[in-house]
Design a binder for this molecule. Structure first.
Ligand code: SF4
Length: 335
């Protein structure tokens, strides 16, 4: 078994040492070798990428580990399932200029980076054409101009890929440019990077967010309580001390977090970490990931049972995204 070499303190070094070969992942976690050929085939559909810090949170030898299942390429990714498509949220129709996704009236999303620290097998953007749809060079100016001209906008959301794959200096420059747009009041970052590489929360990042005159929010993507490490808790404390509001959104995933007790524990642990549960999303039907899907009535039942266990402020909103609707669609819990 190879050493996990944890914890490197330089997040960019961690990004350079991601595990990208299925054989290496199998070796590190002592996984059954008969599953390796399928993992290697499926990794050709969507590459394997997983930080060593995240692997350190997995249980060696457990092929059903809920963190491993989020990154393990499987034979099922070749299944052809009706309704599972490459662009499940029809984002191609919501891109007015390169690198901008504009779906809702008062907020707009900037695709800051096509890179992620981790490739989640269920990602609804696993087929997204990042190469010509992220903001860089002249497209950055075009994107900022678009935001400047739409005075309905109040919030800029940095997304990706993972926007925190962008170095701090570039982020600082972008935040300053957004701050200069008079009608923008809020800056939101959607990220999974601090979860999988907690050292990504640098002093420079916290200061840039904390010192901005915009209200700053970070929406973390945590699907299972086992993802909340001590290092992540410290990183969150740092962000909160700087004045950043922390929220979480999770996706309901078959075989990973589709049990009531896991969702209840997740909400409780998030709160202890200073993060409020925000959304629990139904799975977006992306091609290659239908094995994660959970029927809506099952999701409603899970949410109804969560409501019995949790106070209202720890109950994430069960929701799904329907292309072309003017907001997320809330789903009522139901037995
Ligand atoms: S965009 Fe988010 S869900 Fe998709 S692969 Fe990157 S980190 Fe995972």
């Amino acid at each position: 078994m190879q050493a996990l070499n944890f914890p490197p303190q330089d997040w960019q070094l961690s990004l350079k040492h991601l595990v990208t070969e299925p054989a290496q992942l199998f070796d590190l976690l002592q996984l059954p070798s008969e599953l390796l050929p399928a993992a290697e085939r499926a990794a050709k559909l969507f590459p394997l990428r997983v930080p060593r810090e995240f692997i350190a949170l997995m249980q060696p030898g457990d092929i059903n580990d809920p963190l491993l299942r989020q990154v393990l390429p499987l034979e099922q990714e070749f299944d052809e399932s009706p309704g599972f498509v490459e662009d499940p949220l029809s984002e191609a129709a919501a891109r007015p200029v390169p690198g901008v996704v504009h779906k809702y009236k008062d907020r707009v999303l900037l695709i800051l980076s096509g890179a992620c620290a981790i490739n989640c097998r269920y990602c609804f953007r696993r087929h997204f054409p990042y190469s010509d749809n992220q903001i860089s060079g002249s497209s950055r100016l075009q994107a900022l101009d678009y935001i400047r001209q739409d005075t309905h906008l109040r919030e800029v959301i940095l997304s990706g890929g993972d926007p925190l794959a962008t170095p701090d200096g570039r982020l600082e420059a972008l935040i300053q440019e957004v701050e200069e747009i008079p009608h923008i009041e809020r800056l939101r970052i959607h990220t999974r990077l601090p979860v999988v590489i907690p050292s990504r929360v640098t002093d420079r990042l916290s200061n840039a967010l904390g010192q901005s005159h915009l209200s700053t929010l970070m929406v973390l993507h945590i699907n299972h309580p086992q993802e909340i490490s001590m290092e992540l808790s410290l990183a969150c404390e740092h962000l909160r001390d700087a004045g950043v509001t922390l929220l979480n959104q999770a996706v309901l995933l078959r075989g990973i977090n589709d049990r009531v007790e896991i969702q209840v524990e997740l909400s409780r642990k998030l709160f202890k970490t200073g993060i409020l549960p925000y959304y629990l999303f139904l799975f977006d039907p992306v091609k290659g990931a239908s094995h994660f899907d959970i029927p809506e009535p099952d999701a409603q039942r899970i949410a109804a049972l969560m409501q019995v266990e949790l106070p209202g402020y720890l109950m994430p909103r069960l929701a799904k995204e329907i292309p072309a609707r003017s907001s997320k669609t809330l789903i009522l819990p139901n037995f």
